[in-house]
Design a protein around this ligand. Structure first.
Ligand code: MLC
Ligand code: AMP
Length: 505
């Protein structure tokens, strides 16, 4: 039986007694331990009656068991659907219903909220807690540590990752085995990962960055990870001496620089620091080099495409750019209106094509057609240019999106909730600069006639419906929103007015 993703990321490590996951409490899981755990879980999953292509929705804290659940889904041919741990029950309901998940794996504390959602579609709920306990692992422990991988081809689906839209509901990006495999194998070569690498892994594993970039690269190279539950500065500083490399969002780097314990001595032995998911300020890049002598390697990717471009490992890592298209990936800049390719130096829409580009949005042919051209180019929604040396610069966003600490937030979703409040006539949600998160969420409200909206009351009303990271950090009340002659709210003007709200000069 062939299962390319399993064979080339996981199967290659069968029987290896070398470390794969080092945990902050000193525990170590070897590759063999990890594969045993994955096989037991795969047996448990098929024991629940799941069959290839069924979706498994997973909202659990980061743990070795959670990662083994990903491996088990690949092994059993199931579609892995990881979900941000910050999502509320309202948010989860949509993902579970839309994907038609057959199994939901969640923390025991969420079980009571999820059962009614699961019942509607004949799905089951199993639990997995941060310490590895719960009904899923209880079942898995009684299973054999061997599982014959399900037959798959590279064109088969491996994962769904939901990504919000500028209008309407979230879309399930369908990722194939080839999407994940081609990107992981390319990045191993580009970034020179080998079995000697030890990656300091502090990212969440429910997004592309922590799961498909960080984890898949380590799996494909045979290296190991210091596997932290989240970004905790004390742990990072304590454990960095045992690492060779780190991947993070820009907030990781600004937080390190803000701590005097992060010195040249502590980081000298490191081979590579990589940043992505949000713009790394050129200033952060320069401060980092001054402090450590390392030039952070910045790359650019998306949920729908995995990684598209990267600064070079050997050549100049240019601050404020995202480097060159990766081998096998075509990137062009087009006129957003006509789709015509623009010459180098001109700003337009970034479009990409390659084996990394997803198959489409789950059960949304119209949305897929609007973003994925017939010739395979994906319209990213990012505005950029290619300079004379071929470096790609991201200069803005054609999509109304806020990126806070590496998490994407779609203003429309928040505006719809704010507008529901009886004291609010209309609202505009914008991203403004923030020293820790890069950007943060600000809500601008226009009162309903005769009302005086109280920001605290309104935040309390919308809070339970939205993941915490999407909450507006502040609400301001204005008489009217600025509009252009077409009646469209001019968010650029609002962003300019409030640009210093969270930053001190
Ligand atoms: C946490 N909070 C956030 C937040 N993260 N608020 C806004 N934006 C965020 N990113 C909330 C917390 O709930 C908390 O709420 C408060 O802010 C302070 O929390 P904290 O303890 O300071 O945050 P922390 O837990 O340290 O998390 C910050 C972080 C984390 C930056 C480490 O957000 C993170 O790991 N981000 C990485 C996201 C990521 O992996 N993105 C990749 C997407 S893939 P309260 O209630 O205490 O006020 C992708 C493609 C690509 O984009 O190219 O990679
Ligand atoms: P997501 O949809 O969560 O995968 O987020 C993808 C978006 O993050 C991209 O479309 C970009 O807008 C942004 N992004 C990712 N990497 C970078 C980067 N290095 N610089 C600027 N923006 C980035």
């Amino acid at each position: 039986m062939s299962n390319p993703l399993f064979d080339r990321l996981f199967g290659i490590h069968a029987g290896k007694d070398t470390p794969f996951l080092q945990l902050p409490d000193g525990r170590v899981l070897t590759h063999a331990d990890f594969l045993d755990m994955a096989a037991r879980i795969a047996n448990a999953l098929t024991g629940f009656g799941l069959e290839p292509n069924d979706r498994v929705a997973v909202q659990v804290q980061k743990s070795p068991e959670a990662l083994a659940l990903y491996a088990a889904c690949v092994q059993a041919g199931l579609i892995f659907l990881p979900l941000n741990t910050a999502y509320t029950t309202d948010e989860l309901r949509y993902f579970i219903e839309n994907s038609g998940a057959k199994l939901i794996v969640a923390d025991a504390a969420s079980r009571a909220d999820l059962e009614p959602i699961a019942q509607v579609q004949n799905a089951t709920v199993e639990t997995l807690n941060p310490d590895g306990s719960g009904s899923l692992m209880r079942r898995a422990q009684g299973m054999l540590p061997a599982f014959e991988p399900a037959q798959r081809t590279e064109d088969d689906l491996a994962a769904f990752l939901y990504t919000s839209g500028t209008t309407g509901r979230s879309k399930g990006a369908m990722l194939t085995q080839a999407n994940l495999l081609s990107n992981a194998e390319t990045l191993v070569k580009e970034w020179r990962f080998t079995e000697k690498d030890v990656l300091l892994h502090a990212l969440p594993i429910f997004h592309t960055h922590g799961l498909f970039v960080a984890t898949n690269v380590i799996l494909a190279s045979g290296g190991s990870m210091i596997f932290l539950p989240g970004f905790n500065l004390d742990d990072i500083l304590r454990l960095m001496p045992g690492a060779t490399s780190m991947m993070g969002v820009p907030t990781f780097y600004t937080r390190l620089l803000d701590d005097d314990r992060f010195t040249d001595d502590l980081s000298r032995h490191m081979r590579l620091f990589i940043s992505g998911s949000a713009p790394l300020l050129a200033e952060t890049h320069e401060r980092f080099e001054t402090r450590t002598g390392h030039r952070i390697l910045e790359r650019y990717g998306m949920t729908e495409t995995n990684m598209n471009t990267s600064n070079p490992y050997d050549g100049e890592r240019r601050a404020g750019t995202v480097g060159f298209p990766l081998p096998g990936i075509a990137l062009k800049i087009t006129d957003p209106e006509t789709g015509e390719t623009l010459p180098n130096g001109e700003t337009g829409m970034i479009e990409v094509r390659g084996p990394n580009v997803f198959k489409g949005y789950w059960q949304m042919p119209e949305k897929t057609a609007a973003e994925l051209r017939d010739d395979g180019f994906f319209i990213t929604g990012d505005l950029g240019l290619i300079d004379a040396q071929g470096y790609v610069h991201i200069v803005g966003r054609g999509k109304d999106l806020i990126i806070s600490g590496g998490y994407n937030i779609y203003p429309k979703e928040i505006e719809l909730l704010l507008d529901e409040h009886p004291d609010v006539q209309e609202s505009a949600v914008i991203g403004v600069p923030h020293p820790d998160f890069g950007e943060t969420v600000l809500g601008v409200l226009v009162p309903a006639p005769g009302k005086t909206p109280d920001p605290d009351t309104i935040l309390q009303a919308v809070g339970p419906k939205l993941a915490r990271f999407k909450h507006p950090r502040r609400l301001v009340v204005v008489e009217t929103l600025p509009r252009n002659t077409m009646g469209k709210v001019q968010k650029n003007l609002l962003r300019d007015v409030y640009k210093d709200m969270f930053v001190t000069a």
